[in-house]
Design a protein around this ligand. Structure first.
Ligand code: SF4
Ligand code: FES
Length: 241
């Protein structure tokens, strides 16, 4: 990334970023909140959750701020009725696609999906739930993958590949049939690539990945540590969490 400075306006405020930097990253640095689920500082961007959409003056369509680079003179709006309606619908679709029952979920009260739903004022759902039949993979000696709670954000895929270097996880299939898989479809407990480091569990925004034998209250994650892991990885240190 070049260090050339780009000046732009976000929500009426003059801000600056580096060329190639995303709108979301500049907004974060400037203290502007943009909802996001697949984004996690320290990991590459995939632009899959569509919660970070913003309005850019002169562009009719909404753009995903995590995968759109800042440009000189850009005028960005992060909050509007249109954006709120879009984000609420995006949250609703995530809830409807799987079986998210917060009251019996291991991530209750420390789930980013639940938190964003509250922040965005999602009080009810209008769409019919799909109620898909989803497996729970409890074959790993320390961790569990519950597909009922997975929102396919691919944070686990990226942290495992980009930071741990194991590449245990992938997403197979498309649309509502897409599923997170370990070792190209083996049960997690039979994986020969998994190092049991637990990084995927720490970055999962929901209760889809969790540690066995921990109470709901003990299940709080340490997500902001990814940039630290990037730094320690570069130094060749740190592995087991
Ligand atoms: Fe995202 Fe968690 Fe599903 Fe991985 S298991 S894709 S981190 S929701
Ligand atoms: Fe941008 Fe998910 S954070 S699409």
């Amino acid at each position: 990334m070049s260090d050339e400075v780009r000046t732009l306006v976000i929500d009426g405020r003059d801000v600056a970023g580096a060329s190639g930097q995303s709108i979301l990253s500049v907004a974060e640095e400037s203290g502007v909140f943009i909802p996001a689920l697949c984004h996690l500082a320290g990991l590459s961007e995939v632009g899959s959750c569509r919660l970070c959409m913003v309005e850019v003056e002169g562009t009719a369509r909404l753009v995903a701020s995590c995968v759109t680079a800042v440009e000189e003179g850009m005028k960005v709006t992060t909050t509007s009725e249109r954006l709120l309606a879009y984000r609420r619908r995006a949250i609703e679709l995530l809830f409807m696609e799987r079986n998210h029952v917060c009251s019996v979920c291991v991530a209750d009260n420390h789930c980013e999906l639940q938190e964003l739903a509250k922040t965005l004022g999602v009080t009810h759902f209008e769409l019919p739930p799909l109620h898909p039949a989803c497996d729970v993979d409890a074959t790993h000696e320390r961790f569990v993958l519950d597909h009922n709670r997975c929102i396919l954000c691919a944070r686990c895929v990226r942290v495992c590949d980009e930071i741990e270097g194991a590449h245990t996880w992938d997403i197979r299939g498309r649309g509502t049939g897409a599923r997170l898989i370990s070792d190209l479809g083996k049960p997690w407990g039979e994986s020969t690539t998994c190092t049991s480091c637990g990084k995927c569990v720490q970055v999962c925004p929901t209760g889809a990945l969790y540690e066995k034998g921990r109470s709901v209250a003990e299940g709080k994650r340490h997500r902001p540590y990814v940039p630290f892991l990037v730094a320690t990885n570069a130094l060749g240190t740190g592995r087991q969490l």
